[in-house]
Structures are given as structure tokens and as C-alpha cells.
Design a protein around this ligand. Sequence first.
Ligand SMILES: [Zn+2]
Length: 87
Amino acid sequence: MSEPPPTVGRVVHNVPHGTPLRSDGSQAFPPACRAAIVTEVDTDDPGRVGLAVLNPTGQFCHSLSNGGSVLVTGSQVPGSWHWPERA
Ligand SMILES: [Zn+2]
């Protein structure tokens, strides 16, 4: 991994699941990067973390005990996290 391991308190991106697909295949709110703060790191699997996700209208917590979030770089996989893209 070329990026540093996550640590508690770092800001990362979370890819939400978005809203359900409509019959025409579109979504009212498609997945898009959201800011998230790392709240826990799995010591056995440092790519799996707990997150406090900051959505524009509220926050949502993904705890490790609820499955957490796994690192996926270079692809918008719903439920995953990645380091923020550079502008
Ligand atoms: Zn992102």
C-alpha cells in the first residue's frame, strides 16, 4: 500500500450506497464521496475501519462491530472508504 495506514481521527472518503435504483436504472441520490472521520481501526486488518460519515444533512456511524468499512482505492464501491483524491 503506497498510502499510510489509517489512524483514528484521520479524515477519509466514504462511498455511500445511494438510494435504490429506479425502474429506469437511475437513482435519486447516486453514490458520491462523503467526508468521514476514522473512529476505529481493526488491529487484525488495518484496511478495515469504523467511520463517522458526514453527509450534507446529517451524520452516520459505521462501527467495526457493525462490519465497518473496507479500503477500496480507484473504484467507487458502495460502503468502502479511500483516501481523499487530490485536486
Ligand atoms: Zn473520494
